[in-house]
Design a protein around this ligand. Sequence first.
Ligand code: NAD
Ligand code: TDX
Length: 332
Amino acid sequence: MRQLLVTGGAGFIGSNFVRHVLAHTDDQVTVVDKMNYAANAASLDGLPVGRCRLVRGDVADPALVDRLLADHDAVVHFAAETHNDNSLADPEPFLHSNIIGTYTLLEAARRHGTRFHHISTDEVYGDLPLDGTERFTEHTPYNPSSPYSSTKAGSDLLVRAWVRSFGVNATLSNCSNNYGPYQHVEKFIPRQITNILTGRRPKLYGDGRNVRDWIHVEDHSSAVLRILDDGRPGETYLIGADSERSNREVLGILLDLLGHGPDDFDLVVDRAGHDLRYAIDSSKLRGELGWEPKFLSLEAGLADTVEWYRDNPGFWSAAKESTELFYAGRGQ
Ligand code: NAD
Ligand code: TDX
C-alpha cells in the first residue's frame, strides 16, 4: 500500500485528484495544504477518515516537508498560487509558494529518495497566434508571460535540474485549463456561472476572442495517476483533451444553459499581457501511456458543472462577495 503525499490537496485540482486516487487505488493519502484563500476544507468532506488526512502547513517550510517526505513513498505536487490576475496585483506569494515551495520539496525528495510528480501548466509555453493551428508539444520552448506562469516555468526548470544533477526520480506534466466541481469562483467558468446565479452580469475580458483548451478535472486526475504509476523518470507529459474554445464561445454555452440571452454580458478591461491562445498536443501521453479523456463533450461537462454550482452554494457563496470586490477594483 503506497503512502501518497498530495500537496495543495485542499484546492480545486488537488482535491479532485485525492477523490480519484481514493476511488481507484489502495493508497493512503496525506494532504498538505497551507489553506490559503483558494483552499476549501469542504472539498475533502466525506472522504474515508482511515485513508485520508489533512496536515495544515506550508510546502516552503523545510522542517515540515522533511518530516512528511520521510514517511511517504511518493509526492504529487499541486500546491501553488494559481491565479494570473492575483499575480498581476501582487507577485510575491507566487515566488514564495511556486519557487521556494518546489525547491523545498525537491531537496527533501533528494534526501529521502521520494518519487516526485510535479504538476504544471501549458502557460509556461507562452501563447499561440489566435487563428493558427499550431499546438504546444513537450519540445515547445518556454516563454511565459505573467508572474504566475513565469514562477511555474521556474518550478519546472528546478524539477528538471534536480533530476539531472541529483537523480531525483521525478516526472512532470503540463495541463491545459481545467473545469469542474470545487473550483474557486475567481476563475473564468465558476465566476460566470455564479455571476448569473447571483444576479450579476458575466464579465468578458477585452474582446473575448482569447482561446483556451479545456479539460474536465477528472480527466486531468486520471492522466496524473497514469503518469505517477507508469511515466518514465525525468519525462514531461502534456495533458489536454482537444477542446479549444474562445472565451466568448464558452460564455455562450453557459448563458444558454442558464436560460439567458447570448448578449447578456459585459465586456470589461482586458488582462495585462493577456495570452491569446493555448492548445495542447497530448499525443505523447496517449501513445506512450494509453491515456484517453472520458469527457469528450465540453457542452455536457459544462452542463454538469453548472448543476454542481447550482446545487452547492455552500461551497462558493462565502468567497463570492470579496472576489467580486477585487475585480471591481480592477474595472473587471
Ligand atoms: P487552487 O488555487 O485551487 O489550489 C491550490 C492549493 O495549493 C490551495 O489549496 C492552496 O491553499 C495550496 N497552496 C498554495 N500555496 C501553498 C503553500 N505554500 N503550501 C501549501 N499549500 C499551498 O489551484 P488549482 O487550480 O487546483 O491548481 C493546482 C495546480 O495545478 C497548480 O500547480 C497549478 O499551477 C496547476 N494547474 C492548474 C490548471 C487550472 O486550470 N486550474 C491547469 C494546469 C495546471
Ligand atoms: O472574469 C473573467 N473574464 C475573462 O474573460 C476571468 C476570471 C477570466 N477571463 C478570461 C481570461 C482567460 O482568457 O478567461 C480565460 C480563463 O481565465 P482564468 O480562469 O483566469 O484562467 P487562465 O488565466 O487561462 O489560467 C488557468 O489555466 C491555466 C488557471 O487559472 C491556471 O492556474 C492554469 O495554469
